[in-house]
Design a protein around this ligand. Structure first.
Ligand code: ZN
Length: 199
């Protein structure tokens, strides 16, 4: 058994924080120490905020985004174009595009990408909801902002074929997205350029 230098509650918090992507055991230990030291100004508000998000977070039934309101803030924003829909694999991609301020459009989050090797088929992704959104007739363009990986491109081909029967233009973020590159890691300028130069 590992030697512990703090009580079980603190060790448990460290173990949980260490599971957050981007953090490891060492940075988790450092973060928790700061939280404990700043009990009133940081740990308390953080615990309350986490509880609040836990109570309220939902997946948007319309677009697949995560938010504390349903439908999500983006789906209910009247200033966004309804004619264009950006299809992304993950909420992280949606956040990346939003951070870039590149689009005033609505999104559709697939929740992954088709991967025959990993057993991810069309039914595992939010493709049926995408088709029914398109079938309503207000969408004129579907912009596929899927990653430039093999699976991402397979996903793009599949969605294009599924939407072929509808009077929508299906475009892609062709330029600026490096092969194998994940959308979330692109800088904001590259992202908005990629969105402008869709084909
Ligand atoms: Zn939504």
């Amino acid at each position: 058994m590992a030697r512990h230098s703090a009580g079980a509650e603190i060790e448990r918090l460290i173990q949980l924080v260490a599971r957050v992507p981007g953090l490891g055991p060492r940075s988790a230990r450092r973060a928790v120490l700061q939280l404990v030291k700043k009990k009133d100004t940081l740990l308390g508000p953080l615990a309350a905020a986490a509880q609040d998000v836990f109570d309220k977070v939902r997946i948007c039934p319309q677009c697949g985004n995560v938010d504390t309101q349903t439908p999500c803030l983006i789906c209910t924003d009247p200033r966004r174009e309804e004619a264009a829909l950006i299809v992304v694999e993950d909420v992280a991609d949606l956040w990346a595009l939003e951070r870039a301020g590149a689009a005033h459009m609505r999104y559709h989050v697939l929740g992954g990408r088709l991967s025959p090797l990993e057993g991810v088929g069309p039914d595992e992704l939010n493709i049926k909801t995408l088709v029914s959104r398109v079938a309503r007739g207000t969408v004129e363009e579907v912009i596929l902002a899927v990653n430039a990986t093999v699976d991402g491109q397979t996903t793009a081909h599949y969605i294009s074929s599924v939407l072929a029967d509808f009077p929508v233009r299906v475009t892609r973020l062709a330029h600026g997205v490096p092969v194998g590159g994940e959308l979330d890691y692109l800088d904001e300028g590259t992202l908005s350029l990629a969105l402008q130069s869709r084909s």
